[in-house]
Write a protein that binds this ligand. Sequence first.
Ligand SMILES: [Zn+2]
Length: 345
Amino acid sequence: MKHNMIYVCAALLMMGGLMAGCSNGAAVSSSAGQQSSEAESYDINYMVLVNKLNPLPEDWEANLKVEHCTNSLGDDVEVEVNAYKEYLALKEELEAEGIHVDLDSARRTVEAQQEIMDRFTEKYGADYAAKVVAVPGYSEHHTGLALDLYLNVDGKDIIENEDLVQYPEIWAKIHDKLAAHGFILRYLEGKEQITGYAYEPWHIRYIQDKEKAKEIMDTGVTLEGYLGAVNETDVTVDLGKSAVYSEEELKEMAVLIKCQFAAWKDCELHSIRYAGDEAVSEENLKWINSMSETAEYVKVAEFLMDFHSPKVSENAFESDMEYKNYQWWLGCDQEGSWEIVSWGY
Ligand SMILES: [Zn+2]
């Protein structure tokens, strides 16, 4: 399951209509398999930036050339043609080292995403839909250049996120080979405030230019930072000491906040810290529950942040100001999943 459940639902819904045109269970579709490794030439911007702030360019889908393949699970996967060729070369190189990868999902259309959003809005209301469904038009997967890999280890498919992260050595070997094929790792650990996503070792992005890919991978810069779309500065994260929450739990909360922060246009994050166990009280738990119509939180936590607002602010923030000790409140439900409830002073 990549990013969230909803995407996967989309893939399954679409499968029925698309399966017919696919190659017969093979990971390689016939047309791509027979072509030379020469890139197909057409006018498309392989450096395109699509994230929570930058939508897919309007003419993108009309120009895009895709290739279909069927993965080992029998799912139809659609990939941009040249990204697919390089993916096959990468896969072959990895096979030679005993590493087996496959494509979980790659391209998802804006239309399919919109249909899901509409259905969820109708069924559960706009608030809930906005929480669980990715905004149509703002996913890198729309480009056809973003690929989610999964692993096959000892003959077993490893598909779920929580299982995939158990193989850091394998991912390191895969990541080492990306740049030579024009791919980069897109959602880096510690850069969530820029990318808007928690670390995803499986989500790779084709940018075609191998030199640029090498530079990006070697320096550890995000695509946003490389393109100058954001000012990539160092962020101090202080999880402090807690007798209530584990370091892992606190880390998860910090990542949630950073992912949310990424959607604040031109804001620059400086530091983020756990506010301390004093904020963990029945009173505060009651208070955050009073703010939510649907959720029932059983745990509460507070974080504090220092950040700088945009030079010329287009939102609720004052222009060009350092915000200190800005508060973030989080709640955890019975299933153990944390979410942001509120922020502000
Ligand atoms: Zn992905």
